[in-house]
Design a protein around this ligand. Structure first.
Ligand SMILES: Cc1cc2nc3c(=O)[nH]c(=O)nc-3n(C[C@H](O)[C@H](O)[C@H](O)COP(=O)(O)O)c2cc1C
Length: 189
């Protein structure tokens, strides 16, 4: 049976461990495959803030695309997929999507997901937000985009930073109806 596809974008915001966790959890889902695009700045943040190499992170995905390769499969609306998660999502990437400015494969893929009315989940990260960031996010939210800020949660009783990252990654996948192992729902623990 053909697997369901989810596009994963990694942009240059802080939060690379969340991207790694999303890719790992997707790998555990038998019926799904991940299609990964990393922005140039995403590659920079990977080296700055994680012990993972770009190659190792790419190795977690089923298919990898170069963000400069604008003619790749994920650039087309005819490419079958369930939608896209951008994790972490920078304010520059938010601005690009909110304004239809698709000058990279990552932005084009998100633009296509939006125009095809598929699911777009943005795990945004900045602190504090400016009114420009908030206006761009409101615009996208009103278009049906899921804005999931990278925020801490305590109701799930995390003991480690990894628990927090895991919880955020589970929330991303939940948007696609995927129940990741170890997801601690309120009152269901
Ligand atoms: C270590 C590091 C952390 C960064 N964290 C953030 C962040 O949390 N949010 C953000 O919007 N930009 C952040 N930036 C800046 C973005 O990388 C920069 O705006 C870049 O142009 C984003 O490009 P992209 O959206 O194409 O990946 C960070 C940059 C570096 C080097």
């Amino acid at each position: 049976m053909e697997k369901r596809r989810i596009i994963v974008g990694i942009s240059g915001a802080s939060g690379i461990p969340a991207a790694v966790e999303v890719l790992k959890l997707l790998k555990q889902q038998e019926g799904y495959e991940s299609h990964l695009v990393i922005s140039d700045s995403g590659k920079v943040t990977i080296t700055y803030e994680s012990s993972w190499s770009v190659k190792d992170i790419e190795g977690l995905a089923d298919c990898v695309y170069d963000t400069h390769s604008i003619g790749s499969a994920v650039a087309s609306g005819s490419f079958r997929n369930d939608g896209m998660i951008i994790v972490p999502c920078s304010m520059k990437t938010v601005a690009g999507i909110a304004n239809g400015y698709s000058d990279s494969l990552l932005l084009r893929a998100a633009d296509v997901v939006l125009k095809e009315r598929r699911k777009l989940v943005l795990m945004v990260r900045e602190c504090p937000f400016s009114s420009i960031h908030l206006e761009n996010m409101l615009k996208l939210c009103n278009l049906g985009v899921d804005i999931l800020p990278m925020v801490m949660t305590f109701y799930n009783k995390p003991e480690t930073l990894e628990d927090m990252v895991h919880h955020m990654a589970c929330k991303c996948l939940e948007r696609f109806g995927i129940e990741a192992e170890g997801y601690r729902r309120w009152m269901e623990q």
